[in-house]
Design a protein around this ligand. Structure first.
Ligand code: SF4
Length: 322
């Protein structure tokens, strides 16, 4: 971490400046050719531009843009987006993620009001709010999430709010108390990958901690659905995926998403395999048998992909393989 000392507040480190846990021989693996089921839907350009203008004019960020999500054109074309609060610089170096690493600056106190105004302007019925990790803040950003929830509820009381949170490792109790007090409609936190790969793929995080965060939230707020997501194609086996699903179910997680990992740059973790849509369907079958209330499993599925449809129990994974 000594690198951080040389980084000025506001500097954005990406690619090889950010990712430090992928061995050279891994990174140098030959590219796997993308199969035909990895495809992006054609965008509605004018709608997409309109959404971008609305978001940027309100000084907001989206994880869609910052993490180079492959579904951006489809979602923006549908008039939806996943807002990323607490700035666009993260204090973690996850090897699958394209969000910049560095020393974040101060929180924008206007962000909750700007977000609420944007949600109203876009006429959203369901909104997903996520953030970078802010290990530098005393409450790791939980208070700002609560401010955003309150601002949206005040401006648009009927809008459903899903929050996709960091792991709040520096201050779990404090963060939980804040979000138990001011709950969303869906509490989401991604476990991302199987335990064996955490060290290289999600340094700075611990699977047990993430599962405990979700379980403790469910115990405190049994009325609020909990949700989590993972990617496949990072080097895990199908058996490891099923073991992880069982661990997630054992921690009373209600809903899950499973999608194909796609490499943001050659410096990030390599794609080790492209999982076939039939296997995603099998994960979904096994997940339902385990008792998950909802499983969204498909190559292009992401945690907030058509999150409103997921919330309505619609299978967004299936529609992709047809
Ligand atoms: S904590 Fe989230 S935003 Fe930060 S690097 Fe990891 S995945 Fe990306």
């Amino acid at each position: 971490m000594s690198q951080t000392n040389k980084v000025n507040i506001g500097d954005k480190l990406r690619d090889d400046k950010k990712v430090r846990t992928i061995a050279k021989e891994e990174a140098d693996r030959p590219y796997l050719r993308k199969p035909d089921w990895i495809r992006v839907k054609l965008p509605n350009i004018s709608k997409m531009t309109q959404v971008k203008d609305t978001i940027h004019s309100n000084k907001l960020h989206t994880v869609c843009e910052e993490a180079s999500c492959p579904n951006l054109s489809e979602c923006f074309g549908h008039g939806t987006a996943t807002f990323m609060i607490l700035g666009d610089i993260c204090t973690r170096r996850c090897a699958f993620c394209d969000v910049a690493f560095g020393r974040p600056g101060a929180i924008d106190p206007m962000e909750p009001a700007n977000l609420a105004a944007t949600v109203a302007d876009m006429g959203l019925k369901y909104v997903v709010v996520t953030s970078v990790d802010r290990d530098d803040l005393p409450d790791a950003g939980a208070g700002h999430f609560a401010n955003c929830i309150r601002a949206i509820r005040k401006r648009t009381p009927n809008v459903l709010i899903e929050i996709l949170t960091p792991d709040f490792r520096p201050c779990l109790d404090k963060a939980l108390n804040i979000l138990i007090e001011t709950p969303p409609d869906v509490f989401n936190h991604n476990v991302e990958t199987v335990p064996r790969l955490y060290k290289s793929i999600r340094p700075g995080a611990r699977l047990e901690h993430s599962l405990t965060l979700l379980q403790r939230y469910k115990v405190a707020r049994p009325d609020i659905p909990t949700k989590s997501g993972l990617m496949v194609g990072l080097g895990e086996t199908d058996d490891e995926v099923i073991e992880l699903l069982q661990m997630m179910r054992d921690h009373n997680i209600d809903r899950i998403t499973i999608g194909q990992y796609l490499q943001p740059s050659k410096h990030h973790a390599p794609v080790m395999r492209y999982v076939h849509p039939d296997t995603f369907a099998e994960y979904a079958r096994i997940g339902h048998d385990m008792g998950f209330e909802h499983v969204a499993s498909g190559p292009m599925v992401r945690s907030s992909y058509h999150a409103d449809l997921q919330n309505a129990g619609i299978d967004v994974g299936k529609s992709q393989s047809e």
